[in-house]
Design a protein around this ligand. Structure first.
Ligand SMILES: [Zn+2]
Length: 177
């Protein structure tokens, strides 16, 4: 077993000693889906105090709304509508991007071209040049996606990795508006 696995299993045994979350419902307490970057410095459990059972957390490189994210959000909204009983279902989607994001490298045309040629992977939709601009673009991607119901409330936050502070860039807005 690798050292990393040993360390993680040790930490898990510590975690399980005081475990009290056995009865948490599947529906998240905050009725919220968070999308953020995979960056190891940007974990909602730490920066936003997200506890077990609070929210669904989705992560990808950049925390960007890609076609895969649109599909996930669509399926989740559908599931919440089936389970929740309220109409329209309470469904908030929060996009969190951050400063010093590695997805800024995806904006380099040479990087994009080499990755496409070598591995057949297109990262153009994940590229970030200006995180405030990306947040606005991602809200528009959701608004333009027919798969996502327009009762979903979307907002955009920007996390500064040098101060630990999160700033609201896009206030909660209905996709219908
Ligand atoms: Zn990032």
């Amino acid at each position: 077993m690798s050292n990393t696995i040993t360390t993680l299993l040790d930490r898990n045994r510590q975690f399980a000693i005081d475990f009290t979350a056995a009865d948490l419902p599947i529906m998240p307490k905050l009725r919220t889906v968070l999308l953020t970057c995979i960056d190891a410095r940007v974990d909602p459990a730490h920066i936003l105090g997200i506890e077990l059972g609070d929210a669904v957390v989705m992560r990808n490189n950049g925390g960007r709304v890609t076609p895969a994210v649109v599909q996930e959000v669509s399926a989740l909204a559908f599931m919440v509508a089936k389970m929740g009983g309220d109409s329209p279902p309470a469904f908030e989607f929060i996009i969190i991007q951050h400063t010093q994001c590695g997805a800024q490298r995806f904006a380099d045309p040479d990087f994009q071209r080499e990755l496409k040629e070598l591995r057949g992977v297109d990262v153009s939709l994940s590229a970030i040049t200006d995180p405030e601009l990306s947040l606005r673009e991602d809200v528009e991607r959701l608004r333009d996606a027919p798969e996502v119901p327009d009762y979903v409330i979307v907002s955009g936050l920007l996390y500064d990795v040098t101060t630990g502070l999160v700033r609201e860039v896009i206030k909660p807005t209905s996709l219908a508006s």
